[in-house]
Design a protein around this ligand. Structure first.
Ligand code: FAD
Length: 387
């Protein structure tokens, strides 16, 4: 590319669509939107994939989702299976079982009920397994575990995935501006004017994919969407001999557990550190990490001698009902939101990209997103929220 052409791209300030936030949701939408013929600029305050999308556990999970999310999650799974065709990179995606382990008969009963409820809704992907089938899936599971719920899902490498979507989108004409924090959004009557990094960008349509900061961007266009910054934490151990070929959770304790092909074990779950969205930092809480480690040892006694290699945490946005905010702004024409994925949005990313593109380009989408309407919080706009 000549210096002249590079210069023109660097200084482009107008597009059909401005995406605020270069996480997986923003990068996936940018790619599908440019393929739909829209010109797109992505504005990212830090660097692409710097926050939740680059540091998460990589669980590509349908198991255990809120029923409202299953249609969206199924659509995402279909895209994960062809991810290499979409972004020219396999994103480290592997299909393998996810298993939710019951440690007591009462827990197993809740899983049986859950599977029956889903079957009643027409979903067959979650299957109950008893004691011996659980051991076939997880030979190293502790003796006291009585069964579980399983579905054939998978995992991928988060950073690789987000970078692949960005790389492909950029190659197809999307302009990414990193280190470019959006500080205001205002209408000039004809278009939205987005002030970021000392410049003004204009577009008829804006998509807010700002993750834990999505509430701040929403407020700039008059939408009040309660969102709390949370800091899920991860542990990675030194290598162990292969003993687990599934992604494992438990009913009674927050746990997400998988052994990587190199033998290291990745332990996460819903245990949280301290998130400071203002500073953009997430700190570890060692008492909570200790609890995660204890749960892992209780379910897999082989973990007792494992050595922790590294721990980290990332910032994510959580809504009061733990469902994402996906859809059009209740107040501002041409503004769309896709944020607040409440610690389970990595799997949904590719489908969110397609759905937001359909909404923005066509005005509707065939996947049901009713439960995610940004307007659902309107009546509690002045309430205490989830803080
Ligand atoms: C430790 C951890 C483990 C997780 N594990 C899983 C898992 O196993 N499976 C799963 O499905 N999900 C998981 N998640 C959740 C998943 O990572 C997120 O739901 C998903 O990545 C959210 O993507 P996003 O694009 O909405 O947000 P982000 O990746 O946070 O992207 C938002 C971007 O917006 C930018 N931004 C914010 N404000 C502005 C502004 N004013 N101007 C410009 N840019 C701005 C930010 O800098 C950020 O880069 C996990 C999350 C964490 C933290």
């Amino acid at each position: 590319m000549t210096a002249n052409r590079l210069g023109r791209r660097r200084y482009r300030r107008e597009a059909d669509l401005i995406v605020i936030g270069g996480g997986l949701q923003g990068c996936a939408t940018a790619l599908f939107a440019v393929r739909r013929g829209l010109s797109v600029i992505v504005l990212e305050k830090d660097s692409v994939g710097r926050h939740a999308s680059g540091v998460n556990a990589g669980g590509v999970r349908r198991l255990g989702r809120d029923p409202a999310e299953i249609g969206l999650s199924d659509r995402a799974m279909a895209l994960w299976r062809i991810i290499a065709e979409i972004v020219d990179d396999d994103c480290g995606f592997k299909t393998l079982p996810h298993v939710k382990v019951a440690e007591t008969d009462a827990e197993l009963e809740t899983l049986v009920e859950r599977a029956a409820t889903l079957r009643g809704m027409g979903y067959e992907h979650e299957q109950v397994v008893g004691r011996s089938a659980l051991r076939r899936l997880l030979p190293a599971v502790a003796d006291h575990c009585v069964g579980g719920l399983t579905s054939l899902d998978g995992y991928a490498i988060p950073w690789t995935t987000t970078a692949a979507f960005r790389r492909k989108a950029e190659a197809e004409g999307v302009l990414f501006r990193e280190g470019t924090a959006v500080s205001s959004v205002a209408s000039d009557g004809a278009a939205w004017c987005v002030t970021a990094g000392g410049a003004i960008f204009r577009a008829a349509r804006i998509l807010n994919c700002a993750g834990a900061w999505g509430g701040q961007i929403a407020a700039m266009v008059g939408d009040h969407i309660p969102i709390k910054a949370i800091a899920p934490m991860m542990i990675v151990t030194q290598r162990l001999p292969p003993f687990c070929d599934a992604v494992v959770g438990t009913v009674g304790q927050p746990l997400s557990f998988k052994q990587m092909p190199n033998g290291t074990v990745l332990i996460g779950g819903a245990r949280l550190g301290h998130a400071d969205a203002e500073a953009g930092s997430a700190d570890l809480r060692f008492d909570e990490l200790r609890r995660s480690a204890k749960t892992a040892i209780a379910v897999f006694p082989i973990m007792r001698g494992a050595t922790i290699q590294r721990c980290w945490s990332g910032i994510e946005g959580r809504t009061p009902d733990r469902l994402p905010v996906i859809g059009r702004s209740p107040r501002s024409e041409g503004v769309f939101h896709a944020f607040g994925f409440s610690a389970h949005g990595f799997q949904l990313g590719p489908a969110v990209g397609e759905i937001m593109t359909e909404l923005i380009a066509n005005g509707s989408t065939q996947t049901s997103i009713h439960a995610f309407e940004p307007a659902r919080f309107e009546c509690v706009a002045n309430g205490p929220g989830d803080h």
